[in-house]
Design a protein around this ligand. Sequence first.
Ligand SMILES: C[S@@+](CC[C@H](N)C(=O)[O-])C[C@H]1O[C@@H](n2cnc3c(N)ncnc32)[C@H](O)[C@@H]1O
Length: 267
Amino acid sequence: MTPDVGYDQLAAHYHRRYAVNRLEGVAALLRGLARELSAVCSLEVGCGTGRWLAGLAALGGSVTGLDYSSGMLSQAQALRTPGELVRGQAGELPFAAGAFDLVFCVNALHHFPDRARFVAEARRLLRPGGALCIVGLDPRAQPASWYLYTYFPGTREADLARFASVGQQLDWMVAAGFERAAWQVAERIDQTLAGRAVLGDHFLTKQGTSQLALLSDDAYQAGLARIEAALAAAEARGETPSFPTRLVMNAVVGYAPPYLASMRAMR
Ligand SMILES: C[S@@+](CC[C@H](N)C(=O)[O-])C[C@H]1O[C@@H](n2cnc3c(N)ncnc32)[C@H](O)[C@@H]1O
């Protein structure tokens, strides 16, 4: 059972994360894939506030975003996200077979109740040679070092349970009939906050990340108290503690067959 983060409640806060880090590596990877496929029609599943749709629309194709949270879709509309926005579930995508050149999801797969079914649905929606791209945090990758994991016990274990490994995602793609399924690093996040600057970190707010949103209020307050205590202890020694965020986001990409025939036809 996938824990419900409550995105309708987080929606008003969600997009602020992109003022902290725009994840340009992910944006570049999606643009590169859209160009490689000469993508005319792209679909993002779990599109949230629409961060990635605008970049792809700028390349000239049509974009569609699907999400099950009406709150997130309202924010996407308020941010003037281009393309069509559709409310729906990842496991039952309301589009015709072969309708898209590119189907992708970013930071969303871990929320879907039946991921294998989503991968099979994506396969159905792709034209021959089209691609599915799944981008997400990899809590197993080195160096996974995040101060939230340190000060909020249990959050890393929860992520290990929520986030499918690269191997599992590749298995789902192969089972759904994708060709040339492979993975690459999409983004390396490496930021360190010094001392009390951590208290202003957007990702330390309870609405700032799903890791903290899933905690009880007591567990969240206890984590904040641990950070305050660490700051006070370090300051008493005349030191400034560091609060690192070193994370890796992977992209797993597979192509709908027949890939080679469709690439030859495009030349
Ligand atoms: C962490 S947000 C990512 C949003 C966007 N992709 C981004 O990278 O900014 C995850 C999104 O997945 C959506 N979501 C979760 N479960 C879903 C499901 N079963 N079907 C469709 N969307 C879902 C949530 O509503 C939320 O907007």
